[in-house]
Design a protein around this ligand. Sequence first.
Ligand code: HEC
Ligand code: HEC
Length: 208
Amino acid sequence: MLSFKIGLLTIGLITISLFGGTSGRQPEPASSSGEPRQRSSEGLAAWQQVYSVMTHPRCINCHTAGSYPQQGDDRHRHLFNVVRGPAGNGVPGLQCVTCHQGANADTTGVPGGHDWHLAPLSMKWQDTSDGILSSPAVCSVITDRSKNGNRDGAALLKHNEEEPLILWAWNPGRRADGSLRTPPPITHDEFVAATRKWVEAGMPCPQQ
Ligand code: HEC
Ligand code: HEC
């Protein structure tokens, strides 16, 4: 009887080790050229470019994990004690759009864009100490449709191509002292091309 139970246990463990560890992994993208490894490494290189933009201060200052947006290249906590509020657009009396208009206000140094508000917490790319999440971690949240606003690859590409808050990052206006804010490290065209390459490669993510 005992050995029968041990036998069942062993089968159970084998089943877990065979199938348990594979959930959540991306399958190797199929390739008609028969070079899945090469395609995957090109896809991963494209992802690294996408990641370098997403984690630039112009983007990640709105993709925070805490109760506040950040400002500047040093990503300090937003002035005036501005808080996220229940929907990411502030609280009554201190809403984002009270100060952030539809366009940059370069005389006062307030950046602006359509419907300015924080990304929801499910789209955070930082930890709660304001540290930037690793490339595998950001890749895993952005490809998770339960967290990314139910977007597939085509929808992510469209977002990166057309979303006004993304376009703002390449036209971020002037700080209060009159100096220009820095844009992300590559052009918007290069960012869209890298996103397309990554999506076409099956959205591969680097290993944790
Ligand atoms: C009382 C006015 C005011 C309110 C309300 C306000 N902001 Fe700001 N915000 C500013 C000013 C001024 C700046 C520019 C500061 C600077 O460049 O040093 C700024 C800058 C920012 C930046 C930095 C841009 C960058 O990349 O450096 C972000 C992001 C931001 N605000 C998000 C928000 C969000 C989200 C809300 C609502 C939850 C909000 N703000 C509410 C005045 C405000
Ligand atoms: C002013 C705040 C703000 C800025 C700046 C901003 N975002 Fe966002 N982002 C948002 C909000 C709000 C959403 C949620 C919109 C929705 O789901 O419709 C979002 C959603 C996204 C998404 C959808 C999927 C997901 O899981 O996050 C992507 C991708 C994205 N942003 C990329 C960027 C990139 C890249 C930049 C910089 C080039 C950027 N964002 C700058 C506020 C911002």
